[in-house]
Ligand binder design. Structure first.
Ligand SMILES: NC(=O)c1ccc[n+]([C@@H]2O[C@H](COP(=O)([O-])OP(=O)(O)OC[C@H]3O[C@@H](n4cnc5c(N)ncnc54)[C@H](O)[C@@H]3O)[C@@H](O)[C@H]2O)c1
Ligand SMILES: O=C(O)C[C@H](O)C(=O)O
Ligand SMILES: [Mn+2]
Length: 559
């Protein structure tokens, strides 16, 4: 009988050291080195994981710039995943902005220059006839896929195959925060070409050098991909990431009832933003059903967030119509009204009836400043991807209208934020309730420190993943997302203390993720989307499924 707490491998020698999922580097013991033909291939000193972490942390710390730190961590991930995740766990707060937002943005922009080793799958349009074979080239078991076509990467526009950086970053968090075993994750880039001329002109660009394909070809290509995924991994959880406005919602609607899938920018963002708003409402002592909400940017995220908050308002007693009347969506051409003809279908549900608007907002395009002046929204949410649009004038007006204005500047990365927290706090004399999408240091104002909540979908997607792993859910329903919202708001320090933070600290994010996984799984059970299991049973499953970066004794497979 083989001991069950061992990892068995048919690999030995150099091939074993080159497998990042199995490699332990200097932590291979003397016995393992003998059994697996490793003697001489490693320095003689045998280290513990803890010692390796210390050494790796030191190398990380002396890298002079964030992008060099990112490159170091990605190389570590490609060499020894256990060590990479052990390091992340020990220094999460410090390392998160390096492997994820904001630094991952630069990594996407420079993807081809930085490319070293293969990871995930690149599925290029010209290879579409070989879809099944390409998927078969990857590992047999996959439980979570993050897929992008790279057309709208953060607020940085079309990055072609550079979008792969985001998929890798998100999946690292599925493992570090959501306990999803790294060898069950798969980042995928659908290379549909790029319209980014700089990339097309760049001799180093590693993607398909071609303009983006037209919509007929595009939808056919994506469908070939989805059908192939269903054939190979019918129970996988598929996350759509950073698709552009014209494709994100149509793809979500087409596939959410066909495969267990969700769109992170629409639904993940909606859940975290709605949870943060509930938390802000707790802080200022006002019900969300009494609030008016204005958006800057009526795209995938903006409309997704609005629909989620509307559902919350309806769950709390407003009619759908009443709830919708409280939303003011301002896009590039102004406030969305029923007079506008060229709107996306998902925007049409969020228009204001122009006849019921104040005179000042009629017969002209109204912009955010006009909406803030004449509607006096309690909340402004920026998801435009454009920097600086929450001007001093607008923010000061918010502060005149409300004792505690709620201002969420959610565009990523830092270069695209609508206003910095520093400015918002100063312009509102410290009264604004602030959240941003990217991480910002606490702001000091009048001798007080103001911590800034990072309202980022990282609070949601790892929990959805863990939930599906533990429950076996077959779909991600609105009800499941509502549970994620409520669970997040309950976990916020502001639920206990009005002066508490709007979101749990990143140090507690693993626990929040487990809670979200639990309540989402109970909801999927109640909706018949997974077996109905007791709370106890689900907790046990979450515990059992939660992958921890530790080394197990490695031995050779006995054939
Ligand atoms: N914090 C988070 O977790 C999170 C999640 C998702 C997206 N985001 C950020 O939100 C931004 C938008 O993402 P998206 O998926 O909604 O993109 P999108 O392209 O679907 O939507 C952006 C919208 O902003 C509009 N816009 C552009 N310039 C404008 C202007 N000057 N005034 C008003 N509207 C303008 C566009 O017309 C578009 O409708 C990105 O920067 C992204 O990084 C943050
Ligand atoms: O990637 C992030 O940090 C959040 C979000 O998915 C985005 O597109 O900005
Ligand atoms: Mn995204």
């Amino acid at each position: 009988m083989q001991p069950v707490d061992h990892t068995y491998t048919a690999l030995n020698g150099r091939l074993l050291l080159e497998n990042s999922l199995l490699n332990k580097g200097t932590a291979f013991t003397h016995e393992e080195r003998t059994e697996l033909d490793l003697h001489g291939l490693l320095p003689p000193r045998i280290e513990t994981l803890e010692e390796q972490c210390h050494r790796a942390y030191k190398s990380f710390s002396i890298k002079p710039t964030p992008i060099l730190k990112h490159i170091y961590l990605r190389a570590l991930q490609d060499t020894n995943e256990t060590l990479f995740y052990a390091l992340l766990q020990r220094h999460l707060q410090e390392v998160l902005p390096i492997i994820y937002t904001p630094v991952v943005g630069q990594a996407c922009q420079r993807f081809s220059d930085l490319y070293r080793r293969p990871r995930g799958l690149f599925i290029a349009y010209p290879d579409r006839e070989h879809m099944d074979a390409m998927l078969a080239n990857f590992r047999r078991n996959v439980e979570v896929i993050v897929v992008t076509d790279g057309e709208r990467v953060l607020g940085l526009g079309d990055q072609g195959i550079g979008g792969m950086g985001i998929c890798i970053g998100k999946l690292s968090l599925y493992s570090a925060v959501g306990g999803v075993t790294p060898n069950l994750t798969l980042p995928i880039t659908l290379d549909c070409g790029t319209n980014n001329q700089e990339l097309l002109d760049d001799p180093n660009y590693l993607g398909w050098r071609h303009n983006r394909i037209d919509d007929d070809a595009y939808y056919e290509f994506v469908d070939m991909f989805i059908q192939a995924v269903k054939r190979r991994w019918p129970n996988v959880l598929l996350q759509f990431e950073d698709f552009a406005i014209h494709h994100a919602t149509p793809l979500l609607e087409k596939y959410r009832d066909e495969i267990c899938s969700f769109n992170d920018d629409i639904q993940g963002t909606a859940a975290v933003a709605a949870g943060t708003l509930l938390s802000a409402a707790q802080s200022i002592g006002k019900s969300i059903t009494d609030m008016r909400v204005a958006f800057l940017g009526a795209g995938s995220s903006g409309c997704g967030i609005a629909e989620q908050i509307i559902r919350l308002m309806v769950n709390r007693g407003l009619s759908d119509e009443e709830a919708r009347s409280r939303f003011y969506m301002v896009d590039r051409h102004g406030l969305l009204t029923d007079n506008m003809t060229e709107l996306h279908t998902f925007q049409q549900k969020l228009v204001q009836q122009s006849a019921s608007l104040p005179d000042a907002l009629q017969n002209q395009s109204a912009f955010l400043k006009d909406v803030v002046e004449h509607i006096k929204p309690d909340v402004i949410i920026g998801v435009s991807g454009q920097p600086g649009l929450f001007t001093q004038e607008i923010v000061e007006m918010m502060a005149r209208n409300h004792e505690r204005p709620i201002i969420f500047a959610l565009s990523n990365p830092i270069s695209q934020v609508e206003a910095t927290p520093e400015d918002i706090i100063h312009w509102t004399e410290g009264r604004a309730v602030v959240a941003t999408g990217s991480p910002f240091a606490p702001v000091e104002y009048n001798g007080r420190q103001y911590p800034i909540a990072q309202c980022n979908n990282i609070y949601i997607f790892p929990g959805l993943g863990l939930s599906v792993m533990a429950s076996g859910a077959t779909r991600i329903s609105d009800g499941m997302l509502d549970k994620a919202v409520e669970t997040l708001a309950k976990a916020a320090p502001s639920a206990m203390d009005p002066n508490g933070a709007l979101l749990p600290s990143m140090e507690n994010i693993q626990q929040v993720t487990r809670d979200i996984a639990l309540y989402v799984a109970m909801q999927s059970g109640a909706e018949g989307l997974s077996p109905e299991l007791s709370e106890e049973e689900l907790k046990n499953r979450i515990q059992a499924r939660f992958w921890e970066p530790t080394y197990r004794r490695m031995a050779r497979t006995v054939v």
